[in-house]
Structure formats: C-alpha cells, structure tokens
Design a protein around this ligand. Structure first.
Ligand code: PHE
Length: 349
C-alpha cells in the first residue's frame, strides 16, 4: 500500500509536467483526487488493514495527499501565469524606432494670411469679410469699372447663369452674379455698412477665368486694404505700405511707387520692392502689389462726399508673398495638397 502511494505521487509529478491548460489540470486532478481518483481508491483500502496498521497508513496517506495537492497547486499557479502572459500578446521590443508622429500643420497660404493680418492689426486695421460670390455691381460698377472694361468680359470673369439664386448676396438691382475677381468688392460692401473713418483689410479667395500655368491660377487669394478718413494722402499710403512690407520681408527693404491704372483709384500705383534677402530674387526690383488713392467717383457711388472724405486702397496676392518669401516657382504647388511640398512650410513664415 505504501508503495502504491509513492507510485501515485510519482505519477502525479509525471502528468503535471506535461500539462499546460486549466481543463487538462482539472481532469488530472479528478483522476487522482476525485471520488473515483487513484488516491481515493487506494485510501479505501484502509478498511482491510489491522487496527495497528491503520494509523501508520493514515499518516502516509495524508502526507501523500498534501504532497499531491501542493503539486497541483503549484502547477495551477504556473498555468495561470502563462495565461496572463499570453493575454498580453507578443513581448514588446522597446528598442525599436518609434513610428513617425504625423502632426498636421497649417497651409503656407494660411500662414501668410495670419502674418498679414497680424501686421495690420498692429496699426489699427480690422478684418472685413464678404462672400466669394458677388454681383457685377459690387465687383465692377461701384468700383468705377465701366461696362466695356476688359475685366468684365466673359473671357476673364466667371458668371453664374441668370437663374441662379444667392439669397445671402444682396444685389444693387438685377445685375448678374459672378465669382469675385478681386477682393476690392469688400471695399464697397464695407463702405456701405460702416461710416468712416475706417481701416480694414479683407483677405479672401478670388476667381478669374485664367488658364492654369506656373504663374496663373483660376482661383487665388488676395488681401484688400482700405483706409478712409479726413485728409488722407499718398504719404499715408506709402508709410503704411512701407511698414507692412518691412515687417513681412525685413528691414533692409526698399520700395517704390510706379504710376499705374486701376478704375477705382486715382492716382494709381504698382508697388515694387527690392531686398538683399530674397534668394534668387535678391537685389532687383520686383512688382508686389497694386494701390492708389480711392477715386472720388467711388466715394460718390457709396454716398460719401469726396470733399470731406479721402482714402487709399491696396490689393496684394497672398500666393505672390509666399512665392517670394520661400522661392516657390510654381503657383500650382499651393493647391495640389502634396505633403512633400506642404510639410516644408507648415507653421513657418
Ligand atoms: N483689385 C486690384 C487687382 O486685383 C488691386 C488693387 C486693389 C489695386 C486696391 C488698387 C487698389 O489687381
């Protein structure tokens, strides 16, 4: 009998060394310690022993039972630890390189717009906005641009069909809707809404019927500027633009006003600039923007008396600023959403 007990302990050790799951463990335990298990069977043999033999055998039985139970317990602990580790998945290799961190950035045109707005904010300009859909009156007539002006040709301007309805774009009378060809229409919308003195800039998207190439795009961005007050003169215009352009392109900048023509300003100028820090474009005159004194006809059209009020206006292309600052040679890069291009300029100006 004693031998049988030892054989069961040995057998327990053998089977426990080969099991790895809880169901196997349950089954093995039942086969040894269960009601029909091998140890239980041997224990039943106690009845056939003499009175003297029984306590001795009883002791051996208890000892074998404790040994077996402790074997089962330690095997169970191992099985559970194993299951826990397996549920955690593969071992993590913390020496591997980290995956790249894709944080989005702002578009180069957004950066320019924010910079322009922040410069003008320093000298008291606020931002004005209007819709990209306009009417012929606000985009042309009110800006003293006659019916037969080439800009109004269907070759240059995108017209909406006469049946289209834009309930959020007020009309002067029954003129057609168009996509604005410049932000100068915001001058008119603002002058009709707010009494002077006023100082606004109006950044926004414009549309022209252009064939797309490296320097032309059917949609592009401008910032308009308008200053109306008493006794505003060309010196004020030059002073404001010099301040703005130096903040943008650096202190070493030179500027000049070159006579030009716009229907809504008189006199009108193109502004040229020259700076030593503009890469390929350094140290030569580059045309940057249009400007002029608000034409008295425009003031009359918005019912302001030209004897009392005067002002200046200017318009600058945001793409052009970015192209000069960063040496970008193709306007199409701005609209193709190529990460290799965009990520070079995110959050930089
Ligand atoms: N609107 C003009 C353009 O698109 C620019 C401009 C604005 C010129 C204001 C003078 C005054 O070219």
């Amino acid at each position: 009998m004693e031998k049988n007990l030892q054989a069961i302990v040995d057998h327990t050790e053998t089977i426990l060394s080969s099991i790895s799951t809880r169901p196997e463990w349950e089954q093995s335990k039942a086969s040894i310690l269960g009601p029909n298990g091998s140890l239980t069977q041997v224990a039943k043999g106690i009845g056939s022993l003499s009175k003297e033999e029984r306590p001795v055998f009883g002791q051996s039985l208890n000892q074998a039972k404790r040994q077996i139970e402790s074997l089962f317990q330690s095997t169970l602990t191992k099985i559970d630890q194993h299951a826990d580790l397996a549920s955690l998945g593969k071992k993590f290799d913390h020496t591997l390189p980290a995956s790249p961190n894709h944080i989005g950035g702002t578009h180069p045109l957004t950066n320019v717009r924010r910079k322009v707005v922040s410069i003008f904010r320093k000298i008291g300009f606020t931002v004005a906005e209007a819709t990209e859909v306009e009417t012929e009156w606000y985009c042309f007539d009110a800006l003293n641009t006659p019916q037969d002006h080439p800009a109004r040709d269907a070759q240059d301007t995108l017209f909406f069909p006469e049946t289209s309805v834009w309930s959020n774009v007020s009309k002067k009378s029954k003129e057609k809707n168009i996509l604005r060809t410049h932000t100068s229409s915001v001058q008119i919308r603002t002058l009709l809404k707010e009494p002077p003195p006023l100082r606004i800039i109006a950044p926004g998207r414009c549309f022209r019927r252009d064939t797309v190439d490296a320097t032309h795009s059917a949609n592009f961005h401008q910032t308009e500027g308008l200053y109306v007050d008493k006794n505003v003169n060309v010196r004020d215009l030059k002073g404001v633009l010099d301040f703005f352009l130096r903040e943008l392109f650096g202190e070493k900048l030179e500027t000049r006003l070159r006579p030009s023509f716009f229907p809504f300003t008189e006199p009108s100028y193109e502004v040229d600039l020259k700076a030593p820090n503009l890469g390929k474009l350094s140290d030569r005159w580059i045309e940057i923007m249009g400007c002029g004194m608000v034409d008295p006809e425009v003031l009359k059209l918005v019912e302001l008396c030209p004897d009392k009020w005067s002002g200046f206006a200017f318009g600058i292309g945001l793409e052009r600023i970015s192209m000069i600052l960063h040496g970008i040679d193709d306007i199409r890069h701005f609209y193709q959403n190529d990460q290799r291009f965009l990520s070079q300029f995110s959050n930089a100006l």
